[in-house]
Every structure is written in structure tokens, then in C-alpha cells.
Design a protein around this ligand. Structure first.
Ligand SMILES: C[S@@+](CC[C@H](N)C(=O)[O-])C[C@H]1O[C@@H](n2cnc3c(N)ncnc32)[C@H](O)[C@@H]1O
Length: 355
């Protein structure tokens, strides 16, 4: 008798979309590709701003480790003319299955509420959908729900509707280490992208000017080790906030915090490989008048402590001020500029090298 053929277990394939800060799509895709290699391929409308669409093969739990994206969603297409058809048995079951696959990735208590985000989310159809879904999944509808369900027309203009279910109760960019939040804190996924843009190496002497609540310091170490990681700020409360976040991240041993003015650093000349800074934009933090004095002083002091060829990655909303200074700078060469779009703001990330 022939041996029974054991069939290979089927590896699931997921249609996904990563939401990213506009301008950082390329960096996010590189992270996806280096992390998942041939388990991932670009899908359909990937060239879109602020999103990367892809097909993923494997355990979706691993997608929750992504560092440069804001959030990841499962995507499902429904060949229906109107969202009302989602209430039909076949499509409703498909939507429930998609939700169940997401909830499988977290402990049951992680989800208590849900939100449906769609054009016309107050319409009677959406209200019914909310009611029927709430009853089935046992969650309460809420404005800021843990389970986020987005319904939309396909972005490539094709027929039908799509549901996108966020894979985590909070966006991935909302880090668990952020136990102390300060106004003006940098988005953690953007900070991570800045760490990547600094071409990091384990031998880096790394300096974060104006570290505030510690976002750039923590995200640099989350990328990987360095010879030293030091953050400076002149504000005691900011430093205490950074200390709490660094402790929550489990990095208290590796990251050093120093109180001081970054225009007069207690750092040896030509001793630093990588400098990063989230400069005051002059709206939420600082003022334009202060920045006119502060920015040139920061560039000069950073140039003093930088080794020849050192990288300086900074983010600012003071585009004209910075670009005028860089044009005349005998010390810094601008290698790359990325316009980032996030939450209605459009700051730029500058990658500079020490001439
Ligand atoms: C935009 S915030 C940095 C926010 C930080 N990236 C975060 O995620 O919390 C700018 C920081 O610069 C600090 N700062 C402003 N001028 C400074 C100076 N001359 N020396 C040192 N720190 C300064 C402020 O105290 C503030 O914490």
C-alpha cells in the first residue's frame, strides 16, 4: 500500500497596509524588506503617500515589531456597491473573521472598545453596522476605540469597498516605554527613522542635543548598541521625563543624561560620530526669535564636537532659517532632506555631514 502523502501545512498570506509618516515610505519599506525578506512583497497601490501596501506570508505577530511605521492593518476587499452589503451574511462573516484574526494577536483584555472610521460614519447604515458588530464581538463602540476598523473605497479607484483592521490596540508608534509624555515630544517612529538615517554603527559615539523626553535616545538604542549614547537638555523637568522613559524602556544602564546648554557643551572637540536633534520648531516649543539666535549657535557647537565626516541628523519646522544657515555653513554639508508629513505638520529631516 502506498504511504499516505502528508500535505504541507498551508502558510497564511495576509493583505496588509502600513500607515507611515508621509516622506518616510521608502524607509518603512526598507525595514519591511530587511526584516521579512521574501516573506513580503509590495502590493497594488504601494506608491501612495503615507502608506505602504504589501502581502505578507507568515505569523502576523511579527509585524507588531515594526519600528518605522505608525500602524499596520489587515486589508480585505469586498465586491459590494455600498457598505450596507457588509450586513449581508457572507460579508459580515468575512469581516468578523478578519477582526478575530487581529484579536488573536493580543490578550483578550487588550480590547474593550471599537471604532468604525468611514465617510458618513453617523449614517443609519453605519449605526446598524456598529450595533450588529458590537453585539457579535462583545466590545463597546467608542470614539477612540482599541479596535480600529476603517472602511473605504479602494484607493486605486477600483470597484467595491475595503475594510482595514489595525493590528494593535494602539498605533505601533505609541510606544509602551512612553510613561512620561511632554508637549512637543517627537513621534517615536519618526525618531526611529532618524536613527536609521544616521547610518548607525555599534562603534558610534552618539550625542542627542536637546533630548527632551528622550525619544531619539531610546529609539537609537532600540535600533542597536553604540559605543556611548548621551543626551543633553537644559530643562530639569525634561530630563526627569527622559529618565522615566529610559527606565521604562530598560535602557538606564546604557543611556546617559546631562544637564547643560547645548551651545556650550562639556564635550571634547572632534569626539562625536553621530549627532541628532529635534530642534525647537518655534511654535509649541521655543519661539522664532529665540531660534534665530539658537540655531547658528547649535550648528557651530555641533561642528566643534563632531569628528570629521560625522553625521548630524536633525528635524525642524524652521525651514527657511535652517536652509539659510546651511547655505553659508563652512562646516556642514547637506546630504539629504526629507519633508515629513504628520498630524498636519510638515517639518523636514536634514542629514548633514561634517565637512
Ligand atoms: C522640541 S523639544 C525636544 C523634544 C524631544 N525630541 C522629545 O521627544 O521629547 C526641544 C528641547 O530643547 C531644549 N532646549 C532648548 N534650548 C536649549 C539649549 N540651549 N540647551 C539645551 N536644551 C535646550 C528644551 O528644553 C526642549 O526639551
Amino acid at each position: 500500500m502506498p504511504e499516505p502523502q502528508l500535505s504541507e501545512p498551508e502558510i497564511p498570506v495576509y493583505e496588509c497596509e502600513a500607515e507611515v509618516a508621509e516622506g518616510l515610505e521608502g524607509i518603512a519599506w526598507r525595514e519591511l524588506k530587511t526584516t521579512f525578506d521574501d516573506r513580503i512583497e509590495k502590493a497594488g497601490t504601494s506608491g501612495r503617500k503615507a502608506a505602504v501596501r504589501f502581502r505578507y506570508t507568515g505569523n502576523p505577530f511579527h509585524l507588531l515589531k515594526l519600528q518605522t511605521v505608525q500602524a499596520v492593518y489587515f486589508v480585505r476587499h469586498y465586491p459590494i456597491p455600498r457598505p450596507k452589503a457588509l450586513l449581508g451574511d457572507q460579508h459580515f462573516k468575512a469581516l468578523l473573521a478578519q477582526i478575530a484574526a487581529v484579536r488573536d494577536l493580543a490578550p483578550a483584555e487588550a480590547y474593550r472598545t471599537f471604532t468604525i472610521s468611514a465617510a458618513g460614519s453617523d449614517s443609519s447604515v453605519m449605526m446598524r453596522l456598529k450595533e450588529e458588530l458590537g453585539a457579535k464581538i462583545g466590545l463597546t463602540a467608542d470614539q477612540e476605540g482599541d479596535l480600529l476598523i476603517r472602511l473605504r473605497r479602494p484607493v486605486d479607484g477600483s470597484e467595491g469597498w475595503e475594510s482595514l483592521i489595525r493590528l494593535s490596540p494602539r498605533p505601533l508608534a505609541t510606544r509602551a516605554w512612553r510613561v512620561c509624555n511632554r508637549e512637543g515630544a517627537l513621534n517615536a517612529a519618526v525618531a526611529h527613522a532618524m536613527a536609521v538615517l544616521s547610518r548607525p554603527s555599534e562603534y558610534d559615539v552618539f550625542l542627542n542635543l536637546m533630548c527632551g523626553s528622550g525619544t531619539l535616545l531610546i529609539e537609537r538604542l532600540a535600533w542597536g548598541g553604540a559605543a556611548s549614547i548621551v543626551g543633553y537638555d537644559r530643562n530639569k523637568e525634561a530630563l526627569e521625563c527622559a529618565r522615566q522613559n529610559i527606565e521604562a524602556a530598560g535602557y538606564s544602564e546604557q543611556i546617559k543624561l546631562r544637564e547643560g546648554d547645548v551651545t556650550d557643551l562639556d564635550v571634547a572637540a572632534k569626539s562625536v560620530d553621530v549627532i541628532v536633534a529635534d530642534l525647537p520648531f518655534g511654535n509649541l516649543v521655543g519661539s522664532h526669535t529665540d531660534n534665530v539666535r539658537l540655531y547658528p549657535a547649535v550648528l557651530t557647537e555641533a561642528a566643534r564636537v563632531a569628528k570629521p565626516g560625522a553625521r548630524f541628523v536633525l528635524i525642524t519646522g524652521e525651514i527657511h532659517l535652517l536652509e539659510d544657515l546651511l547655505e553659508e555653513s563652512p562646516q556642514w554639508k547637506s546630504e539629504q532632506v526629507i519633508r515629513v508629513g504628520l498630524g498636519g505638520l510638515h517639518p523636514r529631516i536634514y542629514v548633514l555631514t561634517r565637512k
